[in-house]
Design a protein around this ligand. Structure first.
Ligand SMILES: [Cu+2]
Length: 150
């Protein structure tokens, strides 16, 4: 078993326990969860936090999973005039050096499109995050019932 796969295994275990995050090359992922959706929903949202412990910006450029037909990076924006929310499809998101970025309801989210199975509270889904430098991180998202929103 390579060092990488040991790290990845620990990462998946730790995220499953919800105790600590995962760190590979000083990029740490934590608090990965998916909002439970109504049975016929064509999309739901995934959230997580990234800590960039390096001196270089890191660019998240995509995500994929065997559990969803496709995944897009979205951001929810509010029109101050109307109070209406709308979602914007972001091609990429930069995580600044020595900074953290949180994907959370009402902000950045992974738009998880066409789930291939119904995910219930407590279920887990692996999602691979892809970065501009070619690195990829697979992490397990845990389904939570926290109100269906983006
Ligand atoms: Cu969205």
């Amino acid at each position: 078993m390579s060092i990488f796969s040991v790290c990845r295994l620990l990462c998946i275990l730790f995220l499953a326990w919800g105790i600590v995050g995962c760190s590979e090359g000083e990029l740490a992922l934590r608090d990965a969860w998916i909002s439970e959706a109504p049975p016929n929903a064509v999309a739901q949202a995934g959230y997580f936090a990234i800590d960039n412990g390096t001196d270089q910006p890191r660019m998240l450029v995509g995500a994929a999973s065997t559990v969803f037909e496709s995944i897009e990076i979205h951001r929810t924006l509010y029109d101050k005039g109307t109070g209406m929310a709308r979602m914007v499809h972001e091609g990429q998101v930069e995580i600044a050096p020595r900074a953290a970025l949180r994907f959370e309801p009402g902000g950045y989210h992974l738009m998880l499109i066409k789930p291939k199975k119904v995910l219930r509270e407590g279920d887990r889904a692996p999602i691979t995050l892809a970065f501009a430098d070619g690195s990829r991180f697979e992490i397990e998202f845990v389904v939570r019932r926290e109100g269906f929103r983006f």
